[in-house]
Design a protein around this ligand. Structure first.
Ligand SMILES: [Zn+2]
Ligand SMILES: [Zn+2]
Length: 150
């Protein structure tokens, strides 16, 4: 003798909303975590995505150009003097800050290891946690603050 299939329907049970500060009781299946309101998209708690794209590989360059201009930038990586051209577009403010080779994190780490700046590797990784990048437009005017600590 077999049990009717309808038995397999998920049973609703009393649940407490796990949305911070809510705690409302609602009926849901066992995997429900939030009350109907907090299941709405706008309440969804998003995992912070790594801001790597904008903040590690790129820089924010605030400018007022109304035409495309080409700029020569120097790689922002300690000890790398490579220059590269970047086209600056009107109303676009995010640009690469490393030379083409060093846009690869692995290569940046290798480079810092080679010049004995493991401390900067840590710093570079820590910087990825910060969402804010200040305008560093002034760096474009060749400010070589290269202090070679032997
Ligand atoms: Zn809730
Ligand atoms: Zn470089």
């Amino acid at each position: 003798m077999q049990l009717p299939k309808s038995r397999r329907r998920q049973k609703l049970r009393e649940k407490r909303c796990q949305y911070p500060g809510c705690g409302k009781i609602f009926f849901g299946i066992h995997i429900s975590k939030y009350c109907p309101e907090h299941r709405l998209d706008r309440y969804r708690i998003r995992k912070r995505t790594k801001p790597e794209d904008v903040n590690i590989k790129n820089q924010t360059y605030k400018h007022n150009y109304t035409e495309v201009v080409t700029m020569v930038l120097t790689c922002d990586l300690e000890g790398c003097e490579h220059q590269f051209e970047v086209k600056i577009y009107p109303r676009q403010y995010v640009y690469p800050k490393y030379c083409p080779v060093h846009r690869n994190e692995y290569k940046r780490i290798r480079h810092l290891e080679q010049i004995g700046r493991e401390d900067l590797i840590e710093k570079m990784k820590a910087e990825g946690e910060n969402a804010e990048v200040e305008s560093i437009g002034h760096q474009i005017v060749d400010s070589k603050s290269v202090e070679n600590v032997a």
